[in-house]
Design a protein around this ligand. Sequence first.
Ligand code: SF4
Length: 361
Amino acid sequence: MIRHLYVHVPFCTHICPYCAFYKMRNTLPEMKSFLPALKQELAWAQKQFDLQLETVFFGGGTPSALSVSQLEFLFEGWSLQEVAEVTMEANPMTISTDKAKLLKDLGFNRVSLGVQAFDEASLRLLGRTHDAAQVEKSMGLLREAGFENINVDLMFALPGQSLEQWQGSLRAALALSPEHISAYNLNYEEDTAFFERLESGLLRIDPEQERTFYLWADECLTEAGFEHYEISNYARPGWAARHNQAIWDGADYLGLGPSACSTLGSLRWKNTPDLGRYAEVLEETGEPPRELEPLSAEMRQRERILLSLRTQRGCDVAGLGGREAQIEQLVMEGLVEREPGRIRLTRQGQLVADTVTEYLL
Ligand code: SF4
């Protein structure tokens, strides 16, 4: 039975220099081949699997780049009304009154706004085309349409970003009263323009900046009443993201769309990250082109530990059989703390989460 579905929509109105996702600019011919192919893949999945969905997440890319008529076409005969949490990632530039209303009517009840920053310099550096006024406007349109669950995505430790700029972005986000804020440290992913600039010495990573900005976000957001429930995620009580929490807990999930990943029991697959081939194969065979990867129970267990340790709930000690000496060492160093049957990262541990996880695994 599958309870969690991810849908990858690989279109963006512009391409950001730090982004490593499979995406392309939204041109009409590509969008025209994508939509029927995605519908075909959904029909295949509905026949193939027992879908009893509790969460659906439309990510990308920028799924909100789809127009009202494209969304209407995609959802002909597919209702999300019974699904508990249905999220759409959205660029503030792409929200209109009609689209916000349609999304609500289609069953979406959560929107994740890709804001990243509120000051001009950071937005320009990140190649974002919106401004703070645009964010406020889209937030207003979403509220008017009845959305009660909105996330604001922010990024920190940007090259040249000052602490004042980061503090300003956090305060501006809080002023909009979202239910959820994600605060991501900028990562330099391979095959991105930022990675090339890092490699050529034009940009550099400042660990002290990362640490200071992380701690400042933690203090500012928890003081404002948010729960810091995962390293990069904060929610007002009761508004944690159910979809992400399920993935961090190691639940099975199905992914639709080019480049989407699925994990079911001992099998993982990735749809071919090539829209042309994805559409062609679906048209010819009715099935998506997939790259299969067998998963051993040990690999899944490692992933579960890795992901759950990033959360406030922490990780089940039973899954760490034989690691008692390592746990004791980490407790002594103040990097993890114990709860009955579980361990979790302390604030200091969160700053070196990857090192702690490596040590434990
Ligand atoms: S960060 Fe988002 S908007 Fe920018 S290119 Fe990547 S998917 Fe598109």
